[in-house]
Write a protein that binds this ligand. Structure first.
Ligand SMILES: *Cc1c(COP(=O)(O)O)cnc(C)c1O
Length: 398
């Protein structure tokens, strides 16, 4: 691509078949958001008024009473939790994360304490919340939650994610029912979900979304919900929210991304993505040791991915070595490999520019042909993967 700025500053031209990954720059920002950001950047505005306008757009799209834009969904968790601890007490807001001890406990199911790149529970602790884990990793029952609620309980946080344990836990409707029976507000982390209405409809008091994931907005977080709780979260901008603030371009960029989302040709995009998946399936079917399955998104987003299962004895390469081979070279193809120790990875079509699907297919064929032609089985011990996982980060910026 001639207009690709990456070569100019010496960055590798990544092809992202892993989904909306923060570590790769999240998503392709929609043209409407780019235009909005360029238009507002040279102007002065009254930020609280701009956030009032954002509130109206967020309310319209989510069904919430109010909303605002912050730095990230992670920031949204901290601000929403902080709001439930401080209420609208401006002095308490300035004192965070130190809190008066009477009310700062935040319930979370143990099976929801995952890492989205940082730990869920840390975003609660940053706000002065004391995390109270309920249940066990793979089971939460009503009695766990009912008995955990005390007069110190400020909120209950519910996480929607492919990372959470997906069986044996309380569903959102039950979680809300138990919390509301004792007057406890429910905050839902729905960072990566398409459905902007469902969780509030199911009774959540606050729903949080990332602006930079499926919405294709700038890096940001959306806080939506009950007006008083949203206001109490917004007031944190005079406290811990200061370091999580966004500029005018992000607020206006998110407004534009939300409006574009309303008009987006979701069916057309799905059809295009299905075409990519079919191409990859044709490329992979019939190859020794390779199984390609098209699977729906685990949290019900309207999106399919391809699971590529690799049997090393026949393919002559492990799933993780294949992922590494695709990631190396002039044009890195980065696959979704969270569970690669199970001998599979996923190809996610949602962040491809048209034309890149054929490069992905060609690179898959190339690396698989090369492995088959090798006399040895390419098999790095899986232990080395976890051992070296953070090496690069610990050397940064070198
Ligand atoms: C991505 C993600 C986050 C973090 O979102 P940011 O907006 O990048 O902070 C939080 N929770 C879940 C479930 C996520 O998928």
């Amino acid at each position: 691509m001639s207009d690709d700025m990456r070569a100019q500053i010496g960055l590798r031209p990544v092809i992202n078949v892993s989904g909306t990954m923060t570590s790769l720059g999240a998503s392709i920002v929609v043209p409407e958001a780019i235009q909005a950001m360029a238009a507002i950047l040279p102007q002065f505005v009254e930020m609280n008024d701009l956030q009032r306008k954002a509130s109206a757009v967020i309310a319209r799209l989510t069904g919430a009473e109010a909303g605002f834009v912050t730095a990230s969904c992670s920031a949204g968790i901290s601000l929403a939790v902080a709001g439930t601890i401080t209420g609208n007490n401006l002095l308490a807001i300035e004192k965070l994360p130190d809190v008066a001890p009477e009310k700062n406990e935040v319930l979370v199911q143990m099976g929801h304490v995952v890492s989205y790149g940082a730990p869920v529970d840390q975003s609660i602790r940053l706000a002065g919340g004391k995390v109270v884990l309920i249940g066990q990793a793979t089971s939460t029952h009503r009695f766990h939650m009912e008995n955990a609620i005390t007069e110190k309980t400020a909120a209950a946080v519910y996480v929607i994610s492919h990372h959470v344990v997906d069986y044996g836990l309380l569903n959102l409707v039950e979680f809300v029912e138990i919390a509301h029976a004792k007057g406890v507000p429910v905050i839902v982390d729905a960072a990566s979900e398409y459905d902007l209405k469902l969780f509030l409809e199911q009774g959540a008091d606050i729903a949080l979304y990332s602006g930079h994931k499926f919405l294709g907005g700038p890096t940001s977080g959306i806080v939506a919900g009950n007006k008083d709780l949203v206001r109490n979260a917004f007031l944190q901008n005079m406290g811990i929210g200061r370091g999580m603030k966004v500029g005018k371009e992000s607020v206006y960029g998110v407004m534009a991304a939300l409006e574009a989302w309303e008009k987006r040709d979701h069916a057309g995009i799905r059809e295009r993505e299905t075409g990519y998946l079919n191409l990859w399936k044709e490329t992979l079917d019939g190859r020794p040791g390779v199984t390609a399955l098209i699977e729906p998104d685990p949290t019900n987003n309207p999106l399919d991915r391809m699971r590529v299962i690799i049997s090393a004895p026949e393919a002559h390469i492990t799933a993780w070595d294949l992922a590494a081979a695709l990631r190396s070279g002039e044009q890195p193809v980065i696959v979704r490999d969270h569970e690669v120790e199970h001998h599979y990875f996923y190809l996610d079509p949602c962040n491809l520019h048209p034309g890149q699907e054929t490069i992905v297919a060609a690179r898959l064929a190339e690396e698989l042909d090369k492995a088959r032609a090798s006399n040895e089985i390419i098999a790095t011990p899986i232990e080395l993967l976890s051992k070296h996982r953070f090496d690069g980060m610990l050397r940064w910026p070198d």
